[in-house]
Ligand binder design. Structure first.
Ligand code: G1P
Length: 291
């Protein structure tokens, strides 16, 4: 397998669940403590050995590219004020990653968003990261998938067991267990009704895919919700070329959901030596009086 050098990150979604916060700010820039969620995702990409990012964007998402570019006025002001630590931090973000953006001109679904990257990806395997899923892990989740893809010589997707009541929120796999954490996928269904789900193993937003996925995406007809679903193309890929579902190691936060977003903020703050003591003290007092 050729090395995985590029990552596709779809960021075209409107973020309606977080209105009014997302009226003029892309939801991907909402912070996890003081770091925009998209930067947490980019850190995972880089820590997985991937050098180039392709953002699939829509209207009003320009601020995402700006975040990873130089901000001359800001850098100049910080320099004049002698705030060296901050300058270094801000400059490091602009040098962090090589990014390009491709505009998805109509909201035709996740499969269509990934297909928009075809000409930039070319003939090599690539990763897809959905920024609503933040995965806090010792070994980055994308790296875990790259290792699986190399091991089995096929695509690999992150999976996780979810409660029966939640299966209709995810792509669900039908599979055979190969090792403690890896599964051979033979079918996939996007957001099935609870009693039609083939399992409780849900696809979480990390994928390592061979370039052949684009041929399948080209042929994929609109599916669930009238959208071109990545899940439907993956099902065909799994049938013809195999696909691994990997129960990744790590803590996943669904920051597309308000409760998940708050949980991620609390968990990340609890890991910060500058914030944890005060937060713990506050939570103890607050929850003590609540219980
Ligand atoms: C997308 C995928 C779904 C997957 C989920 C993971 O759905 O279509 O298969 O399980 O991401 O977060 P979305 O949450 O964008 O509706």
């Amino acid at each position: 397998m050729k090395p995985v050098r590029k990552a596709v990150i779809p960021v075209a979604g409107l973020g309606t669940r977080f209105l009014p916060a997302t009226k003029s700010v892309p939801k991907e820039l909402l912070p996890i403590v003081d770091v925009p969620a998209i930067q947490v995702i980019i850190q995972e990409v880089l820590a997985s050995g991937i050098e180039e990012v392709i953002f699939i964007t829509g209207r009003g998402k320009g601020a995402i590219m700006d975040h990873f570019d130089h901000s001359y006025e800001l850098e100049d002001t910080l320099r004049r004020r002698g705030q060296t630590d901050l300058i270094n931090q801000i400059e490091a973000i602009s040098r962090m990653v090589r990014a390009v953006s491709v505009r998805q001109k109509a909201p035709l679904g996740l499969g269509h968003a990934v297909l928009c990257a075809r000409s930039i990806i070319g003939d090599e395997p690539f990763a897809v990261l959905l920024p609503d899923d933040i995965i806090d892990a010792k070994v980055p989740a994308t790296k875990q998938l790259v290792e699986q893809a190399e091991r089995y010589g096929s695509g690999a997707v992150a999976v996780m067991e979810v409660p029966e009541d939640d299966v209709s929120m995810y792509g669900i796999i039908a599979s055979e267990r190969m090792t403690e954490r890896s599964h051979r996928i033979y079918a996939m269904v996007e957001k099935p009704k609870r009693d039609l789900a083939p399992s409780r193993l849900a696809v979480i937003g990390r994928y390592v895919l061979p370039p052949e996925i684009f041929d399948y995406l080209e042929k994929t007809k609109p599916g669930h919700g009238g959208e071109i679903q990545l899940t439907d193309a993956l099902q065909a890929l799994a049938r013809d070329r195999g696909l691994v579902g990997y129960e990744f190691e790590g803590d996943r936060h669904d920051i597309g959901d308000k409760a998940g977003f708050l949980r991620a903020n609390i968990e990340f703050a609890l890991k910060r030596p500058d914030l944890a003591p005060a937060l713990i003290e506050y939570l103890r007092g607050r929850l003590g009086s609540e219980l």
